[in-house]
Design a protein around this ligand. Structure first.
Ligand SMILES: *Cc1c(COP(=O)(O)O)cnc(C)c1O
Length: 225
């Protein structure tokens, strides 16, 4: 049986999502909750599945591929949310159905050599620090074009992490303002992967369709393996 504290946190987060949807005049059915399980053992993922979780997110290939292998009996959609190096892109696409962190042409080119389709989000870098993950907003249009030339990627929309030093609502508004760059080229790519433990209610208000929530549900993360 799933551990009681985990169950309580999960139900509490679900209730907060429902309340935030109510306040924003949105339907919970339009929200996909991705529970980010990085650094946690496979047993926690099993407990989450017992609670009804259908989407999990991981951020490191080596850890994720091992976990996925151990849990291959479970019916789950796997999301890759961490920074993605182009030399790992093909391997990640073997077990993740959704990649949230497409941020450069070299990753797109590698994904263009797989023999199946993955869903993809383009990650925007909101920090102003080019060393962080995400494409610079000025380069977004060009990257969208590259993705759209790649039939292996079904583009869903944009993803971002709100920077620590900014109000999340303002950060998310910047992402929403960039949506035109995507939808003018790909009218169906309207999804938004925004919102983590500290800011998912603001993300729902801003229009997020995918929440990537870790510690509010899983409890504190163990140190990185
Ligand atoms: C770890 C992580 C999350 C979840 O973070 P929490 O603050 O624990 O909810 C979401 N998105 C990305 C990209 C992450 O790396």
């Amino acid at each position: 049986m799933a551990d009681q504290a985990l169950a309580a946190r999960y139900h509490e987060v679900r209730a907060r999502i429902e309340a935030a949807c109510g306040q924003a005049g949105r339907s919970v059915d339009d929200i996909t909750l991705v529970v980010v399980t990085k650094f946690h053992p496979p047993s926690l993922v099993r407990d989450l599945v017992e609670l009804g979780v259908e989407h999990v997110g991981e951020s490191r290939h080596q850890e994720a591929v091992a976990k996925h292998q151990e849990l291959s009996d479970l019916r789950l959609t796997w999301h890759f949310v961490g920074q993605l190096q182009s030399n790992k892109a093909r391997a990640v696409a073997e077990y993740c159905q959704v990649i949230h962190s497409i941020d450069r042409a070299s990753v797109v080119q590698k994904l263009g050599t797989i023999d199946h389709t993955v869903e993809g989000f383009i990650e925007i870098n909101l920090t102003g620090d080019p060393g962080r993950g995400g494409v610079e907003p000025e380069q977004l249009g060009q990257l969208v074009d590259t993705v759209l030339e790649t039939p292996q990627i079904a583009l869903r929309g944009l993803m971002a992490v709100a920077p620590q030093d900014q109000a999340p609502a303002a950060a998310f508004e910047r992402v929403v303002a960039l949506q035109d760059v995507v939808t003018s080229r790909a009218p169906l790519a309207t999804d938004l992967s925004l919102g983590m433990t500290g800011d998912f209610e603001e993300a729902i208000q801003a229009g997020a369709t995918h929440l990537r929530i870790g510690s509010a549900i899983t409890g504190n993360r163990p140190p990185a393996p």
